[in-house]
Ligand binder design. Sequence first.
Ligand code: MG
Ligand code: MG
Length: 261
Amino acid sequence: MAMSVKNAREIGKMREAGRVVSRVHERIERAVVPGVTTSELDDIARQTLIEFGATSSFLGYGRAPGRRGFPGHICASVNDVIVHGIPGKRVLKEGDIITVDVGAILNGYHGDSAWTYPVGRISPEARRLLDDTEVSLYRAVAAARSGERLGAVGAAVERFAVPMGYGVIREYGGHGIGRSMHEEPHVPNHGDPTRGVLLRSGLTLAIEPMLTTGGEAWRELDDGWTVVTADGSLAAHFEHTVVVTETGGEILTERVPVAVQ
Ligand code: MG
Ligand code: MG
């Protein structure tokens, strides 16, 4: 499969899709309070996508004969859920953390960004996990420079997170993105900076470290989607869609400060 290097027109369209993703996140972030259900957050995403003329990248994803596609507009992953949590009746309570993964399709192009939010006051351990996973994302984004190897991106996550004792989820990672949510290449959260494909300007990637306060082992629940830490430890997941440039990844899903909306 060809690498997802885009021209300026395509990058412009992805920037628009990314803007919708960031709008969904801004509204969900304000709604993440004790007492809200994950299906209420899903509904905010559904309404916001409609308002901006977009559709969800996730709803119906993975549909196949005998397999129902993903049932939510967002993934809503609470506490020990790493990825692919299904929105539903679960009520968020003070001290929880929730990862909301938002994917939007606008004019044929995808944007994809995940963020882990605190629910009310959270433990110092959870706060550190969120802060450090966000830092690991920005380190990986900075490493996505043209002329570097893809392994530099994952190495940036691994070299930051492992010495601090975090588990790095290895089987899930980022991906090329564009007309499809998942394009080549796969973007692991670990690696060797001298290995992997050569990064070229215009390559569009979703970069998404997932860290845990415990080990790296995980398991999938019987619903066929929800992925949890095997040891019950907390998991965080931060993701941006970026375009590779000579100075690092330029973020296409950046939040617009509330004051200038
Ligand atoms: Mg995502
Ligand atoms: Mg992604």
